[in-house]
Design a protein around this ligand. Structure first.
Ligand code: NDP
Length: 317
């Protein structure tokens, strides 16, 4: 048991301020409960779950851990009302919202006693989240995988800007997978970190083994932010990505790009393991990942490296 305590550990009732991002097709109850049991905060990614599937994952997570866990709700989700009802009915205590306006749901969730955190990519949206009553924000920089901000603000620039803009705790995300990176984010004023890519390459992630292997064998420069005319997404530069690039070079319209994207591309790539035709959402930090590890080992390794860095910050760990 560590004696570390700050606003983020107190807000969620967790041991380490290490949060696993809610990710479509990767973070079900198995990963979320493993992270929570290891002392971090596990999050079920509801964006790829039909409502009855989400209920099942929440119930299995409750059975697998007595520790706090949360649910991530992308606000673009088509059946969001149903997801919110299930979250309330099942007594989920922590919700991370993303990809939308925090005004719509924060008040309703807070009335039910739920802790609400919104994911932002700018100081402007961090302030808005604070105004509507969010308990904390995740400030996610340009390095992050999946949905991303249009302004391309990097974590290095975003974190101090958001920390100065709001009074609520700031959790840093985007490009963080190691204790050294966590230490850097905390020095910039963050009080916790959220990691996605690191947990995609975990044993408990529900992502396809082909995708996990690709992630742990990727190199610097293998990901890029694209589809800016639709919703900007960072993904692996695979064949599908090249098709998007070529379409954009030809001057494809928004409608043409939407048709090229089609439906369930993300599922095809990340869940079914079709590495050529699928959409493979992952962050820049994937190039630093070399192994698929149990979630508990990830939490412990990041924490131990953070603590030794804190004791001797200028030593090359
Ligand atoms: P698509 O429209 O291409 O496909 C929808 C996918 O979501 C399908 O694979 C479908 O599964 C599944 N799904 C789950 N519940 C529903 C539902 N109620 N209605 C329709 N489909 C459903 O979307 P994407 O796969 O690109 O994105 C899905 C969701 O994830 C969106 O809400 C999006 O906002 C969110 N998202 C979040 C990201 C993040 O960073 N947090 C990143 C990318 C997307 P099936 O194939 O089994 O029918």
């Amino acid at each position: 048991m560590t004696n570390f305590s700050n606003r983020v550990t107190k807000l969620f009732g967790i041991e380490y301020p290490i949060i696993q991002a809610g990710m479509i097709w990767a973070s079900g109850w198995r990963l979320a409960s493993a992270v929570s049991n290891a002392g971090g905060l596990g999050i079920i990614g509801s964006g790829s779950m039909y409502p009855d599937v989400l209920r099942e994952h929440i119930q299995k997570c409750k059975a697998a851990t007595t520790k706090p866990f949360g649910v991530n709700v992308p606000l673009l989700y088509p059946d969001i009302d149903k997801h919110i009802d299930i979250i309330i009915e099942e007594g989920v205590k922590i919700v991370f919202t993303s990809a939308g306006n925090p005004k719509t749901w924060t008040g309703i969730l807070k009335e039910k006693g739920i802790t609400v955190v919104h994911v932002v990519s700018s100081s402007k949206f961090a302030l808005k989240s604070e105004e509507v009553g969010c308990d904390a924000v995740v400030a996610e920089g340009f390095e992050a995988g999946g949905h991303n901000g249009r302004e391309e603000t990097t974590t290095m620039v975003l974190i101090p800007a958001v920390v100065d803009a709001v009074k609520i705790p700031v959790i840093a995300a985007g490009g963080i997978a190691t204790g050294r990176q966590m230490l850097a984010a905390m020095v910039l004023g963050a009080e916790g970190v959220q990691m996605g890519s690191r947990f995609v390459a975990s044993e408990e992630a529900s992502s396809h083994i082909n995708f996990k292997n690709l992630v742990t064998h990727s190199a610097e420069g293998d990901t890029q932010l694209t589809l800016k005319q639709l919703t900007p997404v960072r993904m692996m530069k695979n064949e599908f990505f090249q098709q998007v690039q070529q379409a954009e070079l030809r001057g494809a319209t928004k409608e043409e790009l939407a048709a090229l994207l089609g439906r369930a591309r993300a599922k095809k790539g990340m869940f079914e393991g079709n590495l050529a035709e699928g959409e493979l959402e992952i962050g820049q930090v994937s190039s630093l990942l070399k192994n698929i590890l149990p979630a508990s080992v990830i939490v412990k390794t990041v924490w131990d490296e953070f603590m030794s860095g804190l004791a001797n910050p200028l030593k090359n760990l």
